[in-house]
Design a protein. Structure first.
Length: 358
């Protein structure tokens, strides 16, 4: 089965200088993948020529005349740039020409464009951003939401748990992945009312055998790998993500500066270079690049805007694996079985809001 992925080549801090090499590298070792490169055709073909990939049979180019900037407001991306590489790449999913899309562009714009073009799965009120975080078990802890929804109600967090469970089950081969609810303590009496009410919904699913709810988890559990999935609202999730990235850079800089501080430490670095290389590889955030925009009627993946080609290729790989394992169908089935009656008010409100932006 051939998996077709559309690439927003112009998105991110570096654009084609990163996205094109990543795409060429990916198709070189995935024989059943086809990539559709979307953006300014002359620029894309120039990059392909540099890489001697102009005639690659599994790389096609689709021209788009506009680019969504990293600081463009959502209104601009939706209303004024209807032929942007981002929007065209997402539209290819709707038209059935691509199985998934990858972009490193403006996160808010990507979510808004994707939601407008693709709409949400029946039964899902709000899409969520799901990202794999590293843990000490050397396997990812999938966390959602990481910024799409600042204020959430219990039913939204409940939906996030169901979508996350379907995703992890497909990608990691776990029939019943464990779900933790992020809280300020493990005890049931702790947390605000939204968290307490969400816990009640998740416990009910656990008792029915439809969800493997572990219970409340704390921040340290994310990196200990206590559960496969951690659910929270977008405000908390985004703070955790940015704090984690900042801490990682801080520790890396400290280690570098200390090993270079004197001759003895530099000798120690030489002796420990094998271990240091392994640590660097395990903690390399590029290996976890590629956030899923769950809840849409299509697979959309967000790469970090500042990633290099190695990191962007990981985002393509996650999109490929999601399409190959039919994640979209699994999420749709899970939501339909456990929440057969969509909340009509929320769905209509969302559609109205999207239409108003256009």
């Amino acid at each position: 089965m051939t998996i077709k992925i559309s690439i927003d080549c112009m998105g991110g801090d570096h654009g084609p200088s990163v996205t094109i090499p990543a795409a060429v590298s990916f198709v070189s070792h995935e024989q059943d993948a086809e990539l559709i490169l979307v953006g300014l055709e002359d620029v894309i073909r120039a990059e392909l020529k540099k890489l001697n990939a102009s005639a690659h049979p599994r790389l096609t180019v689709v021209h788009a005349t506009e680019i969504v900037g990293m600081d463009d407001p959502i209104e601009v991306a939706l209303r004024r740039k209807k032929d942007s590489s981002m929007r065209v790449a997402v539209t290819l999913i709707k038209e059935g020409k691509a199985d998934a899309c990858v972009s490193a562009g403006n996160t808010g714009a990507l979510m808004a464009v994707s939601r407008y073009v693709l709409k949400t799965i029946p039964g899902v009120d709000r899409p969520a951003i799901c990202f794999p975080m590293p843990n000490q078990k050397d396997s990812p802890t999938y966390m959602l939401d990481l910024g799409a929804n600042v204020d959430c109600e219990p039913q939204h967090l409940h939906q996030f748990a169901l979508m996350g469970s379907a995703l992890v089950s497909a990608l990691e081969g776990k029939a019943k992945p464990t779900v933790g609810l992020l809280n300020i303590g493990e005890e049931d009496i702790k947390g605000n009312e939204v968290v307490k009410q969400t816990a009640a919904l998740l416990r009910a699913d656990h008792e029915k055998g439809t969800l493997n709810f572990y219970g409340n988890v704390e921040g340290n559990d994310i990196f200990e790998g206590t559960t496969d999935i951690v659910v929270c609202d977008g405000f908390v999730g985004n703070v955790v993500l940015k704090a984690s990235e900042g801490l990682g850079r801080f520790l890396k800089n400290i280690v570098k500066s200390e090993f270079k501080s004197n001759a003895i430490n530099m000798l120690g670095a030489v002796i420990a270079q094998g271990a240091l290389k392994s640590i660097s590889q395990r903690m390399n955030p590029s290996r976890y690049n590629g956030a899923s925009l769950l809840g849409l009627r299509g697979l959309v993946f967000k790469s970090h805007g500042g990633e290099d080609a190695y990191g962007y290729e990981w985002a393509i790989k996650r999109a490929y694996e999601a399409a190959r394992h039919d994640v979209l169908s699994r999420i749709s089935t899970t939501i339909a079985e456990l929440m057969p009656q969509p909340s009509g008010a929320s769905a209509s409100d969302a559609a109205g809001a999207s239409n108003a932006l256009i």
